[in-house]
Design a protein around this ligand. Structure first.
Ligand code: NAD
Length: 448
């Protein structure tokens, strides 16, 4: 069904127009302008879909994109230039270099939690790397999906950038097409479906998935700051952030003191917006019911209020949670923060190792050794020491998962690499022809 669209994009791509630096920069500039001119409409759509406040939505969904585009504008020329590499003695006379070639027509499938940013940030990378793209926003945030379709539809021709709106069936049909690359952001379960579909055509892909991301609070941490930064990172967007701290793993020596501070900061940061109805809502009835059930898995220490009609659930801290309770099985993806404890760092390490690789990990400590035990000895996508979430907002850092939390990475240079094929080239001299290679026997690979 989408064969015509993909074929049209391939023809446009083969015309060569998307390859030049000038074209790429012009298109990125057009994209920034259309976002800028329509900021209020985008913010309004985000309000309707998820009840996001203007401030939060601007920072996490729009400002983020401006920063990414600016970063590409400053660096693209350098990144696009062929990269010279050394040649071994066996290649005497040759020059070797790497070309970053656009992949062609790429498919971007986006989730609902940051429905604008998570559709557009991969698109920025795809455009900067010289590709055509088809974007499939999430059906669970229909207002934002419609705005994306309208803005991109008015700005670009479909054979360059197209938006296809729809749900699972649409996604499935798109995945039947042999796109040149698939960039998927969403759940682990659907990630497996996407990988299977990609396997049919051997399509290279990036999977940006999820997982249970721990926030570890060691006894030597600055507890007040740890509590404030964990509360902020967890309850942002009602906990519907892929890298939100999923649970706290606190050193049992400091649990009581830490919880007092966590209660204070959660209330300071989020009690008012929740009471005024300005707190983001849970995306759907299904997710709301799933989350409310989790309130039975521990003792509510903070929050625990909900209004089903508004899909509103208050920032909640849950104490006395068991590792084998339902809330600890899968990613929570909502404003409920379970508290668990550890008695030694090696115990904390094995508790984390026993579970699938987290997408993010946060460790709060003043000790370099403790920091290294978590940062260097555990496998996870990325994270922070003494902070939460902030690694996602640095365009100089790759962003992606490890193991079950994802395959590949993007943002900044890593987006450019993701949406490019690295073509290794040798250009040999015709001025002479060394006879050595034509003789039988091993070629020596001594580097010059
Ligand atoms: P989801 O996997 O349900 O849906 C994501 C996209 O896939 C949507 O566009 C949807 O229409 C499509 N889709 C759903 N089922 C499909 C199927 N069977 N076949 C083909 N396409 C299908 O995810 P979601 O609920 O929208 O988002 C939440 C998940 O995304 C969480 O697990 C979260 O951790 C993850 N996430 C990850 C990142 C990241 O950068 N790693 C960012 C945001 C969200």
């Amino acid at each position: 069904m989408y064969q015509t669209l993909r074929t049209a994009q391939k023809q446009y791509f083969y015309s060569g127009i998307t390859r030049s630096l000038e074209f790429r920069l012009n298109q990125l500039d057009k994209l920034r302008k259309v976002i800028k001119q329509n900021e209020n409409r985008i913010l309004h759509a985000l309000k309707l879909d998820l009840n996001k406040s203007k401030e939060e939505a601007f920072t996490t969904e729009i400002g983020f994109l401006y920063a990414e585009i600016t970063h590409f504008e400053a660096s693209l020329k350098e990144w696009m230039s062929p990269q010279k590499v050394k040649s071994p003695a066996s290649h005497t006379g040759a020059k070797s270099y790497v070309i970053h070639e656009p992949r062609g027509s790429v498919l971007i499938i986006a989730p609902w939690n940051y429905p604008f940013q998570l559709a557009m940030a991969p698109l920025v990378g795809a455009m900067a790397a010289g590709n055509c793209a088809v974007v499939k926003p999430s059906e669970l945030t229909p207002h934002t999906s419609a705005v994306i379709a309208e803005l991109l539809g008015d700005t670009f021709s479909d054979d360059y950038i197209a938006v296809v709106e729809g749900a699972v069936e649409t996604s499935t049909e798109l995945l039947n097409e042999p796109f040149d690359y698939i960039f998927f952001t969403g759940s682990v379960g659907v990630g497996k479906v996407v990988m299977e579909a990609a396997a049919k055509h051997l399509t290279p892909h990036t999977l940006e998935l999820g997982g249970k991301s721990p926030a570890i609070v060691h006894h030597d941490a600055k507890l007040d700051l740890a509590a404030k930064r964990i509360a902020w990172g967890k309850f942002l967007n009602a906990g519907q952030t892929c890298i939100a701290p999923d649970y706290v793993l606190v050193d049992e020596q400091v649990k009581d003191e830490f919880l007092k501070k966590l209660e204070k900061h959660t209330n300071d940061l989020y009690k008012k917006p929740w009471k005024k109805g300005q707190y983001p809502r849970i995306v759907s009835d299904r997710h709301f019911d799933r989350l409310v059930k989790f309130l039975e898995d521990g003792r509510v220490l903070v929050g625990g209020q909900y209004k089903r009609d508004d899909l509103a659930l208050s920032p909640t801290v849950l104490d006395d949670v068991e590792w084998d309770s339902p809330i600890m099985q899968d990613e929570i993806f909502g404003p409920i923060l379970p508290i668990l404890t550890y008695s030694s760092t090696s115990e904390a390490q094995s508790l984390i190792r026993d579970r699938p690789n987290p997408l993010a990990l946060y460790v709060f400590t003043e000790s370099k050794e403790v920091e290294a035990q978590f940062v260097e000895e555990l496998s996870f996508g990325g994270g922070c020491v003494n902070d939460t979430i902030m690694h996602v907002a640095n365009p100089y850092l790759p962003f992606g998962g490890a193991g079950t939390s994802g395959i590949g990475a993007y943002h900044g240079y890593d987006s450019f690499l993701t949406f490019s094929h690295k073509k290794g080239m040798v250009k040999q001299s015709t001025a002479f022809d060394l006879p050595v290679r034509y003789k039988q026997g091993p070629i020596t690979h001594k580097l010059v």
